[in-house]
Ligand binder design. Structure first.
Ligand SMILES: [Zn+2]
Length: 336
């Protein structure tokens, strides 16, 4: 009888060893991969130090490597104003902050000339951020030379913001919502080589029906990608299995982003690191997480496979944004 228990005991120990090593391997992998936030609004050299402080807390408290931020709010203006800013950021941070030119109001036309797009690209910017909002303006004929030039140059549309989430206080009119999306489709139809990351899951991320439209968009336009910025708080609005299947199926097209702006200011590094951690928990575990980067709704995490997480965290960004791959290699990561 005692022998039997001994055997049982050693069997139990073997099981425990097996589980502890397999859990360790999984944790080790997650801890060793880099993460890129493709949707940040900073625009100030000194504020970037505060972002690094958030990154340091993520590293020391959670063993998470948040390495690069794509800054969509850089003061890189038409007429080549802001080149000094670009140089200063590059010298001081060595690729941890990659800057985009941006246009946050297109009602008066896109503000860079086609020559300037080429010049900024030559200086190494990561992309061109365009904000449209709930409007069909993106399809204004005056914008055509810009899109033609972006196609020619292979200049990435970075977190291009079409419409707003519907139905919400930002957009409660279904006709205007669809007018904005239909206008964007017409642009994509005319520019099949236009490479773009659409912000906020293209704002078709509020219901299972909207997720179907997003599937259609990603199937129809192979150069369209989407970022997760400010959409973690909407995970719960879709069926868990449906959303998880979607994230796995389109892993090559989804990028991690938060829409972080002033959150770390005033020394709120720990709180901001916690916001990031919640987003990572929602993607990596099946635990109940209270809120994402924004919001406070209790949501069950998606427990995505490691291969999917790698794509969302850095592999897709390394393919799309100039500078990401170079920075990660410089930091000692081995990229395949
Ligand atoms: Zn944003």
């Amino acid at each position: 009888m005692e022998k039997f228990f001994m055997r049982e005991k050693s069997f139990l120990i073997l099981i425990l060893i097996f589980f502890s090593t397999s859990v360790h391997a999984q944790t080790y992998d997650l801890q060793s991969i880099p993460r890129v936030d493709v949707h940040a609004h900073i625009g100030d050299v000194e504020l970037m130090e505060e972002y690094l402080s958030v990154g340091n807390i993520l590293k020391s408290e959670y063993n998470i490597n948040l390495e690069i931020w794509i800054d969509l709010s850089s003061p890189l203006n038409p007429g080549m104003k802001g080149v000094e800013f670009l140089n200063e950021v590059n010298e001081r941070y060595e690729g941890k902050f990659l800057l985009c030119i941006n246009d946050n109001k297109i009602s008066d036309g896109l503000r860079y000339s086609t020559e300037e797009l080429a010049e900024w690209q030559g200086l190494g910017i990561a992309g061109y951020k365009i904000w449209v909002g709930v409007s069909p303006l993106i399809d204004d004929p005056a914008n055509e030379p810009t899109f033609i030039k972006m196609e020619q140059l292979g200049l990435l549309g970075a977190s291009v913001h079409i419409s707003q989430p519907y139905p919400t206080k930002w957009c409660d009119d279904p006709i205007k919502f669809w007018e904005a999306h239909n206008a964007w489709e017409r642009v994509l139809d005319r520019h099949p080589r236009l490479k773009v990351v659409n912000a906020h899951m293209l704002d078709h991320f509020n219901s299972d029906e909207q997720l179907d439209y997003l599937r259609y968009m990603l199937d129809t336009y192979p150069n369209v990608h989407v970022d997760l910025a400010a959409r973690f708080q909407q995970f719960h609005r879709m069926d868990w299995d449906n959303l998880r299947d979607f994230m796995i199926q389109y892993a090559d097209r989804i990028l991690f982003g938060t829409d972080i702006s002033s959150q770390p200011q005033g020394g709120k590094y720990k709180q901001t690191a916690e916001k990031y951690y919640r987003c990572f928990q929602l993607l990596e575990t099946d635990e109940i997480v209270t809120g994402g980067f924004f919001g406070s709704t209790e949501t069950k995490g998606l427990a995505l496979p490691l291969k999917v997480l790698e794509k969302i965290y850095y592999k897709n960004a390394a393919k799309l944004y100039p500078g990401v791959k170079e920075t990660l290699i410089k930091l000692g990561y081995i990229l395949d």
